[in-house]
Design a protein around this ligand. Structure first.
Ligand code: ADP
Ligand code: F6P
Length: 347
């Protein structure tokens, strides 16, 4: 009987378990036994013992974990997988298990691995699983909506205390080199400033002036949302030289959320505080939107593999799932909603 396999790779994202569960349900319906590969591509190259590398996934195993955050199959990065020798080893491993196709749930790096396997003759289907939403070909990715909802809840809670004390807050969100989480969070919370990595050479003094003008207009509790990747694209500015008159400075300390809040604080004379939301963005149950996307994309992935079609990725366009060749989806660059960015920073 034709078997299929599924793995999760890269950073975990809410909805990965839901997607694996739906793959299990649809493959059961199609009469194709399912193997769960553990710890990303590590599970395919004989790095760990067989029980730490793969297991048969039955509905009994999966049904109780569908709603849980994290990934039951575990996830990991796998350095060896950049090399052909290990990719070939993986294909042999899957063939020895009688696996005819693999579902890879992960981001663009994981898609590169899936592309390599497809080229070696193992049909692979990619489902976008990353909170960053940095895959240009798809409107969303599993976990993005959940991460944004976590950030929105956090900003609202931070705003309550900011308002009570009449002090602005800087809030750092994740996203690697993509500002989508920051822009969606800022838009959904009415934040007054958003700073993202897509804007190259952004000027810290522009945001100092903007905060000054907001405070002068009576907004003493403004919210500044900054994407974690944005510090790398800031126009060079010797903030440590400026800060040394006010606070302890460690030579060579890079820009970070604390430094950013300090510069804004001492340049504007307002008591700006900083917050870092961190891994809570990845650790929540998937929202209805992410769970529904998991359902639809798992269905499409299993249908494609059932027909012997591989080398494709699933995405969302105009609110519905679609598929396209991996090569066309890669290489990818973050989609940047410039118009929204401008609106947020000018209201
Ligand atoms: P994400 O999938 O979230 O983008 P990474 O970029 O960390 O996460 O990639 C996850 C894993 O995918 C890597 O650890 C590696 O095993 C595999 N991978 C990434 N890039 C390639 C590549 N060019 N060729 C083969 N495998 C790759
Ligand atoms: O890709 C998802 C993500 O959470 C990014 O937003 C973040 O930059 C990165 O993973 C953090 O990776 P790690 O789990 O290795 O700290």
């Amino acid at each position: 009987m034709k078997k299929i396999a599924v793995l999760t790779s890269g950073g975990d994202s809410p909805g990965m378990n839901a997607a694996v569960t739906e793959v299990a349900r649809f493959s059961a319906l199609a009469g194709m036994p399912l193997i769960g590969i553990k710890r990303g591509y590590n599970g395919l190259i004989g790095k760990f013992s067989p029980e730490d590398s793969y297991q048969q996934l039955t509905l009994d195993t999966m049904l109780d974990i569908a709603d849980l955050p994290g990934t039951y199959l575990r996830t990991a990065r796998c350095e060896e997988f950049y090399h052909l020798e290990y990719q070939q080893k993986a294909v042999k491993f899957l063939r020895d298990l009688n696996v005819a196709g693999l579902v890879v749930i992960g981001g663009d790096g994981s898609y590169q691995g899936a592309l390599a396997l497809s080229k070696l003759g193992m049909p692979c289907i990619g489902i976008p699983g990353t909170i960053d939403n940095d895959l240009e070909y798809s409107e969303t990715s599993l976990g993005f909506d959940t991460a944004v909802n976590v950030c929105v809840d956090a900003v609202r809670a931070i705003r309550a205390t900011s308002r009570s004390h009449d002090r602005p807050a800087v809030v750092e969100v994740m996203g690697r080199n993509c500002g989508d989480i920051a822009i969606s969070t800022a838009m959904s919370t009415g934040a007054e400033i958003v700073i993202v990595p897509e804007v190259k050479n952004w000027d810290l003094m522009f945001f100092v002036d903007r905060l000054n003008s907001l405070v002068r207009r009576g907004n003493t509790r403004a919210t500044i949302v900054v994407a974690e990747g944005a510090y790398k694209t800031m126009k060079p500015y010797d903030f440590n030289a400026f800060l040394k008159d006010y606070t302890q400075v460690f030579e060579g300390e890079p820009m970070n959320v604390r430094r950013l809040a300090h510069v804004l604080r001492y340049k504007t004379g307002t008591e700006v505080r900083y917050n870092l939301i961190g891994y809570t963005q990845r650790g929540h149950e998937p929202t209805a939107q992410d769970a529904a996307f998991a359902f639809e994309s798992a269905h499409m992935a299993v249908e494609l593999l059932k027909q012997g079609i591989g080398n494709e990725v699933i995405g969302m366009r105009h609110g519905r799932v679609f598929h396209m060749p991996i090569e066309k989806a890669l290489p990818t660059k973050p989609k940047f909603k410039k118009d929204i960015y401008r609106l947020i920073n000018s209201l």
